[in-house]
Design a protein around this ligand. Structure first.
Ligand code: DAH
Length: 344
């Protein structure tokens, strides 16, 4: 028995020494494993109890347990010492308060919003008001009042999301022409930016949710030349002062005459070289325009013999693709921070 006590006190002394010398938790744990671990010294000693006469075994077990308890409290004490060491080291670390801080990652204005804002700003500087309207519209505003009666084939072209038989997500911003003219007597000059929806399959050129900016000017003596001047100015503001603008005869039920608007490709400058932006044609299509149809003016109570007006509707994403030389419209909506940062 005294052999056991001697072995134990030697073992305890060595453990206390090792624990006291441990400089960090790793060293302390190593000491614990060496003495108290599954094949540590204490465990080996405990196994040797089996060789003692049966009458001595219970006492031997108690003596070992008591020693283990003391060793564990040594371990706790040394753990606390090491934790304190780490804390002291942290406290005494010198901090250079003059060191430059890490810049917080600030967000940027989304490129689509920027194009929208710049287009509106161009018109605001020329006295236009910016008006916003609902994205859910009755078919009256989307179609009927715009000279597209229920049986008109143009309705099909607008592939709309219907909510009820007569209520839909607006497929264009043109309803704002009607809403504005119903609320204000002429002359009026407004731009209406906003989201539109169409049941288009998403690909490099189409999204089912996109943005348009609508423009409308109605007053006495307004003619097509005013429209051409204003939209040419817009293209030069957005894409550069050397832009040319082309008006191609087209058809929209709410304008007569109607024209589609193209601008010279800002990438190849219509040089005739192969170009992935315009396909080599030298022109980029921006949207539709025209002189407001007399039926539309009549619908809102304006006298078409006194007042004339022009209108246009451009796709903002289309302007964005052109402005930032992007080949896939989906880049604008997949929220890739690197992409957005690049355009910031
Ligand atoms: N609303 C038409 C569309 O989305 C675009 C458009 C064409 C708007 C001619 C106009 C316009 O104001 O005059 O396809």
């Amino acid at each position: 028995m005294s052999d056991l006590a001697n072995s134990l006190s030697d073992l305890e002394r060595r453990f206390a020494g090792a624990a006291a010398h441990a400089a960090d938790t790793r060293e302390l744990d190593a000491a614990r494993v060496a003495f108290l671990g599954r094949s540590g010294e204490v465990t080996l000693l405990r196994r040797s109890i089996g060789q003692l006469p049966a009458s001595e075994r219970p006492d031997a077990g108690k003596v070992i347990n008591a020693a283990v308890e003391r060793m564990e409290s040594v371990f706790e004490r040394e753990s606390a010492r090491i934790a304190n060491l780490a804390f002291e080291a942290e406290l005494s670390r010198e901090i250079d308060v003059t060191f430059p801080s890490i810049e917080p990652a600030a967000g940027t204005i989304h490129p689509i919003r920027r194009v929208l804002r710049d287009a509106c700003a161009y018109f605001e500087r020329r006295g236009f008001a910016v008006v916003l309207g609902p994205e859910v519209e009755p078919d009256y505003y989307n179609f009927d009042a715009l000279n597209i009666p229920p049986t008109h084939p143009a309705r099909e072209g607008f592939d709309s999301f219907f909510i009820t038989d007569t209520l839909l997500l607006r497929p264009h911003t043109s309803p704002m022409q009607i809403r504005t003219m119903q609320q204000h007597a002429p002359p009026i000059a407004v731009v209406a930016p906003g989201r539109c929806y169409r049941r288009d399959a998403v690909d490099a050129r189409h999204l089912f949710q996109f943005n348009q900016v609508e423009g409308l000017l109605v007053a006495e003596g307004i003619h097509f030349g005013h429209l051409k001047g204003m939209l040419t100015g817009l293209c030069r503001e957005l894409f550069g002062s050397d832009q040319r603008v082309r008006f191609r005869p087209s058809f929209f039920p709410f304008t007569e005459p109607s024209a589609e608007v193209d601008t010279t490709c800002p990438k190849c400058k219509a040089s005739g070289e192969p170009c992935n932006m315009c396909g080599g044609s030298g022109w980029i299509e921006l949207g539709g325009s025209g002189m407001v149809h007399p039926n539309v003016l009549r619908e809102v109570g304006y006298d078409p013999d006194v007042y004339t007006g022009w209108a246009f509707g451009f796709g903002i994403e289309r302007l964005g693709l052109t402005r930032y030389d992007i080949d896939d419209i989906r880049r604008f909506v997949d929220s890739d921070p690197d992409f957005l940062k690049q355009l910031a």
